[in-house]
Unconditional design. Structure first.
Length: 155
């Protein structure tokens, strides 16, 4: 009975637990959205900002002579608010890009550090092996010299 209950629970979790599938689809959508759109939004916002600035410079002096000052100040405030919001959107996008790039760089540096440590360990083992061989050769050489000294008659 326990096995049947476990099997039923497994089947139920596979049929009703969609979180991994949904997470994968969300990641795929975000990647496709970012790759296909690129920096189009930031360029649009920059163009919009330029157009608003040019409109402010050109239309404001000609309209302010014949228009009511209260209406113009309201329009100026709205344009400044729109400019401010566009700059905030650009700033957020730039921060997100920098954060992603920073994480990528950190992962790359961690991989390089791990490779460096492996290489250092390999070099250490090579040096230790060469040292042990040299100590063995020197010990053998001095042992042979000692034996030769023992064989030769004293003067």
């Amino acid at each position: 009975m326990d096995k049947i209950a476990k099997d039923v629970g497994d089947i139920q979790s596979r049929l009703l637990h969609h979180r991994p599938v949904i997470n994968a689809e969300i990641r795929y959508f975000v990647a496709e959205f970012e790759e296909k759109r690129g920096h189009r939004e930031s360029r649009l916002l920059e163009n919009l900002n330029k157009m608003v600035a040019e409109t402010n410079e050109q239309a404001l002096p000609t309209n302010s002579e014949g228009e009511n000052e209260g209406v113009m100040s309201d329009i100026i405030k709205r344009l400044e608010a729109a400019n401010h919001m566009a700059e905030r959107v650009q700033q957020r996008e730039l921060e997100a890009q920098q954060s992603t790039q920073l994480q990528t760089n950190m992962e790359h540096l961690k991989e390089q550090w791990a490779d460096f440590l492996k290489e250092q360990q390999r070099l250490k083992e090579e040096v230790d092996e060469e040292h042990n061989k040299a100590v063995g050769r020197i010990s053998t050489h001095y042992s042979e010299m000692k034996i030769d000294l023992m064989k030769s008659p004293p003067f």
